[in-house]
Design a protein around this ligand. Structure first.
Ligand SMILES: Nc1ncnc2c1ncn2[C@@H]1O[C@H](COP(=O)(O)OP(=O)(O)O)[C@@H](O)[C@H]1O
Ligand SMILES: [Mg+2]
Length: 329
């Protein structure tokens, strides 16, 4: 068992060594899972029951990596909003910003001025783990942990083993084990990605309904499966009903058919997301909530209950009748 006491004197050499448990995604042939998803008849979506608390399914801590492959699709936005939704429901949450060098989860949460220490200092023995955890003022059961300072480089050899050690230490804290540990994954599929997914038991794959994002997502699914993560659900972000209706954007049903994953949520394109990002005030805290805020809350609810939703078919707009149609044209 790792105790917090241990954190004052970690042994960097053992922690920084690479931890890839076999099979190594870079050396193993990727087997993409069979696409078992069947196009089903659309059903009515489940309606959230706000008069009850969602029932936590699975063993705690639920260690969830939020990943995508492609950058800029909404991983950090999802981590901040889902994380704070979970905290609002009374669950204890630690969000780890594993996007080394380009970290911005602290900005989205408005906590950038309060990050004094990071995991790197903890592993160097310069501070304790609880000093590196930044508690949110709005929801005290939400804490942020950054891996390193912005634009700084990680020590050579920092890998999944170090992150596994951090997760183990979080489990053994005096305050008790958190219900959720959310890991905001960097873009790409290189070492940073491997480090971020190593301690996770489940994954939320964020994708936008465009072909480049889907191709990267498909590759990431293969890598996650190779690492033994079987519980993968997806969030389709920046969906636009008007474009889907006009057949200018892939429908959620099409995305689900391509990736073959259970659907955790669909987040509409919403300018409020950008506004809230710039204010450091996550969308789910807005009252009254916007559509995207509600969608994030619903996704968080499903995450807690290990539930999923059914994609609803969006009907194509009927073709407008032209002037000559009056004359039978
Ligand atoms: N549903 C959405 N509607 C509008 N803008 C969004 C939405 N989701 C994300 N964004 C914007 O997209 C940009 C990238 O999001 P971010 O979460 O940083 O992506 P990633 O972490 O995957 O790189 C941000 O400016 C964010 O405000
Ligand atoms: Mg990000």
């Amino acid at each position: 068992m790792t105790s917090l006491q241990l954190l004052t004197n970690p042994k960097p050499s053992s922690l920084y060594s690479s931890t890839l448990t076999s099979p190594n995604p870079f050396t193993t042939k990727i087997q993409t899972p069979p696409k078992t998803f069947q196009r089903s008849k659309p059903t009515t979506q489940s309606v959230l029951q706000y008069n009850r608390k969602p029932q936590l399914a699975g063993e705690t801590p639920r260690v969830v990596v939020i990943t995508s492959g492609k950058g800029g699709v909404g991983k950090t936005t999802t981590t901040a909003n889902v994380g704070l939704s979970l905290a609002r429901h009374g669950f204890s949450v630690v969000a780890i910003d594993a996007d080394v060098g380009l970290r911005n989860l602290d900005l989205l949460l408005g906590l950038e001025n309060r990050v004094n220490y990071t995991v790197v200092e903890v592993l160097n023995g310069d501070c304790r783990l609880d000093q590196a955890l930044v508690r949110d003022k709005r929801w005290s059961n939400f804490e942020l942990l950054c891996i390193s300072k912005p634009r700084s480089k990680l020590p050579i050899g920092f890998g999944g083993k170090a992150l596994v050690w951090v997760v183990e230490a979080l489990k053994d804290r005096q305050e008790g084990c958190p219900d959720f540990i959310l890991i905001d994954c960097p873009a790409g599929i290189d070492a940073g990605f491997i480090t971020a997914i190593t301690p996770a038991n489940e994954a939320v794959l964020v994708t936008t309904p465009d072909i480049t994002s889907l191709r990267d997502a498909d590759r990431v699914i293969g890598l996650l499966e190779c690492d033994g993560i079987r519980d993968i659900k997806m969030i389709v972000n920046r969906s636009r009903t008007d474009m889907i209706k006009g057949e200018d954007m892939m429908s959620v049903l099409d995305v689900q058919e391509m990736l073959g994953l259970a659907l955790l949520g669909v987040i509409p394109e919403d300018s409020e997301v950008i506004r809230s990002t710039n204010r450091g005030y996550p969308l789910v805290l807005n009252r009254p909530p916007t559509l995207a805020g509600l969608a994030f809350e619903q996704a968080a609810w499903r995450l807690v209950e290990q539930d999923s939703m059914t994609a609803v078919l969006v009907e194509e707009e009927p073709k407008k009748r032209g002037f000559f149609s009056f004359f039978g044209g």
